[in-house]
Design a protein around this ligand. Structure first.
Ligand code: BTN
Length: 234
């Protein structure tokens, strides 16, 4: 499968690295690390991860047809992670639109896509693998594969499952396959939520995912199709 991997023992952030060097690198270059000194989360949050315990990586997209996936790349990546987790026989894996992977009610993976279209897109993924203890007071309680299975798993084995699968499935895109998986693993389904879109607040019940991967919310009998925004469960 056509991809390249660079591994760092330590780096500021794999997203930052690919953003700064994208001109020099090929499409589907993966940068992974054991430790990030300035790991980035969504909405300018910090992504902390104990050294050597978790899988942190980013991949670069530069090819024009793939850049068209920008609006849904986080969701597609979340599906890839969720499917990889299920290969470890983990139950109750779901995806919290737009880009968190959840086990039970706890977050196991976060995804941050950044870029500058039409030049490049960087998708950064942090998966809690063998970390046992998480700080208190996180916005959403966290878990790890270890905490669910009660056994350590190999980070390199997880990489070997995930990287080729991401590359293969994005190149040979089958949107219906992704949609079907997502619809069957939609953490927000039937939940009452508040969403902030362009400074407008909407409250309603999540009734599904439309064919464009937008979140469908029924709000006062009006069906909303949300393509981006921060979701809060009520
Ligand atoms: C979130 O849930 O807020 C997104 C977290 C994304 C974290 C990953 S770890 C690898 C990559 N490098 C970063 O600095 N962030 C992403």
């Amino acid at each position: 499968m056509q991809y390249k991997e660079i591994h760092f023992d330590e780096i500021d952030s794999t997203n930052t690295y690919l953003k700064n060097t994208y001109r020099l690198l090929d499409n589907f270059t993966f940068a992974s690390t054991d430790y990030q000194s300035h790991g980035k989360g969504r909405n300018d949050r910090i992504w902390n991860s104990d050294k050597g315990e978790n899988l942190m990586f980013s991949f670069l997209i530069k090819d024009e047809p793939l850049l068209k996936l920008a609006p849904i790349i986080s969701l597609l990546s979340a599906v890839e992670v969720a499917k990889a987790l299920e290969t470890y026989k983990i139950k109750d894996v779901s995806i919290k639109w737009p880009n968190d992977v959840i086990i039970g009610d706890k977050k196991v993976c976060g995804i941050l896509a950044e870029g500058e279209l039409p030049n490049y897109l960087v998708v950064g993924i942090g998966i809690n693998v063998n970390q046992k203890v998480f700080p208190e007071g996180l916005r959403r309680p966290a878990t790890s594969i270890y905490n669910v299975l009660n056994k350590e798993i190999s980070i390199s084995e997880l990489k070997e499952k995930l990287f080729p699968s991401i590359v293969n499935n994005l190149i040979n895109l089958d949107s219906n396959n992704y949609l079907e998986y997502f619809r069957n693993h939609n953490y927000l389904l039937n939940r009452r939520v508040r969403v902030l879109v362009n400074n407008e607040i909407f409250i309603g019940e999540v009734i599904g995912i439309d064919d464009n991967f937008c979140l469908q919310i029924l709000s006062h009998d009006i069906l909303l199709h949300i393509d981006s925004g921060e979701i809060e469960i009520l």
